[in-house]
Design a protein around this ligand. Structure first.
Ligand SMILES: [Zn+2]
Length: 73
C-alpha cells in the first residue's frame, strides 16, 4: 500500500474502517461523512495517508468522532 492509488482502491474495496468510540464499533470508511483530516505530526514516512486521524460523522450515533484508519480484508 505504498501509494495513494492503492489507498483509494483499498477504500473503494470496503477494506478500510474507522472506529467510533461512542458506538464502540467499527464503521466502514465509505459509510461515514468525512469532516476533516488531521495529519500525524510524528509520521514522516512515505505513506502519510495511512497515519492521518480522520474526523467523521458516524452513521450510527450521528456524532462527530475521530479515528485512525484500520485495514481489514
Ligand atoms: Zn457512532
Amino acid at each position: 500500500m505504498g501509494n495513494p492509488g492503492e489507498f483509494l482502491q483499498t477504500c473503494a474495496a470496503g477494506k478500510v474502517w474507522l472506529f467510533c468510540s461512542q458506538c464502540d464499533t467499527a464503521v466502514n470508511f465509505n459509510a461515514v461523512e468525512h469532516l476533516d483530516c488531521i495529519e500525524n505530526p510524528h509520521y514522516w514516512g512515505p505513506e502519510p495517508w495511512w497515519h492521518d486521524t480522520r474526523v467523521f460523522r458516524c452513521p450510527l450515533c450521528l456524532g462527530e468522532q475521530q479515528s485512525v484508519l484500520h485495514v481489514n480484508d
